[in-house]
Write a protein that binds this ligand. Structure first.
Ligand code: FAD
Length: 311
């Protein structure tokens, strides 16, 4: 099933998706398989698999996305970045993704590897996400198969770090949608007002595709500080104080994170989001608690036939 199909039915429940990343070691891979076996029992509509900086997890990304689809029977998506890749390499990879039975792509520009400030753009490659989306749609035309891939792109409620201001970032977001993206998945945020304001601004410039909030349940104070410093997400003062008090206590930080995630998700669902994309950080225990806490909200929305195609 393609991204575009998930969000088009008016009588559907909110679409729940999970995001995982390829582990670096074989042991990590074994652990991930165990966690995946738990995660799929929570009934996600699809699971996406990230792509390491400069294509560093290329094979593993596809291997895991294929495992999710073909072994666990859950729809999956490969993240794909264009920095550092040639057009020919992208074509080869797109064909491999299709041949593995994976039908959805989260299309991104990508970042330089950790510790490096700049990326070297390939002579025969691209610099921005919109160019990758355009490339994928052209690739589809070359195969003569319609609706080859569903495409999601990234949106930034607090603006992308490099963008001088949010208005310019939104113009660039529109380029990605105009190039053929079906859905926007947002960067993580801890204050829903950023998302509500973002949706309004995105709609004001004529973007109509669904905007799925990306939510990261916190698992450790230090980890979330590192992640937010890299992506520019604000941690609200009250939450920061709680996390500071749990700086060396991951169990406590996880409890705080679960509470925060449930609170944010309930408010988003009540507001009418088309779905929630959880950055699950390759663990299932906290997601079991979170999904349990949201089950009633999700059931109620399903029973009411929430309108899942407008936001
Ligand atoms: P773009 O849309 O290209 O934007 C990058 C910057 O350039 C922005 O400031 C934008 O305003 C500006 N810009 C865009 N187009 C133009 C243009 N035509 N002319 C001038 N300026 C322009 N990274 C990974 O490496 N692997 C992953 O798997 C991954 N998954 C992600 C999933 C989600 C949901 C999100 C939100 C992010 C993910 N990232 C991932 C991070 C992402 O690669 C970085 O945030 C990256 O810096 C930007 O990618 P993008 O596709 O949003 O870039």
């Amino acid at each position: 099933m393609l991204f575009s199909d998930y969000f088009k039915y008016k009588d559907k429940k909110p679409i729940i998706s999970f995001e995982i990343f390829p582990p670096k070691t074989d042991r990590g891979m074994d652990n991930l398989k165990k966690e995946l076996a738990e995660l799929v029992t929570l009934g996600p509509d699809f699971i996406t698999v990230t792509y390491g900086a400069m294509g560093s997890t290329r094979d593993k990304t596809l291997e895991i996305a294929s495992l999710i689809k073909n072994h666990f029977g859950v729809e999956s998506a490969c993240h794909l970045t264009c920095v550092g890749a040639t057009k020919t390499e992208l074509d080869t990879l797109l064909q491999e993704i299709y041949d593995a039975g994976v039908r959805n792509i989260v299309a991104l520009r990508g970042d330089p590897p950790e510790g490096e400030e700049n990326f070297i753009q390939s002579d025969d490659g691209y610099s921005y996400g919109n160019e990758l989306v355009e490339h994928i749609r052209k690739f589809e035309v070359s195969t003569a198969i319609k609706n080859y891939f569903g495409i999601a792109v990234a949106g930034y409620p607090e603006k992308h770090l490099e963008a001088p201001e949010i208005g310019i970032d939104l113009v660039n977001l529109k380029r990605k949608v105009d190039a053929g993206a079906d859905v926007i998945i947002t960067q993580l945020f801890f204050n829903n007002d950023f998302y509500f304001d973002f949706v309004k601004r995105v709609r004001d410039i004529g973007i109509t595709v669904p905007i799925v909030p990306g939510i990261m349940p916190i698992l450790s104070s230090k980890q979330i500080q590192r992640i937010t410093s890299m992506c520019g997400t604000t941690i609200p003062e009250v939450l920061r104080e709680k996390l500071d008090a749990a700086i060396d206590d991951d169990d406590k930080a996880r409890d705080i994170g679960i509470g925060q995630c449930i609170q944010q998700s309930k408010e988003l669902l009540a507001w009418g989001v088309p779905g929630i994309h959880f950055y699950v950080l390759n663990k299932s225990g906290h997601m079991i608690r979170i999904m349990e806490a949201l089950s009633e909200d999700l059931e109620n929305l399903k029973a009411r036939g929430m309108i899942a195609n407008t936001l």
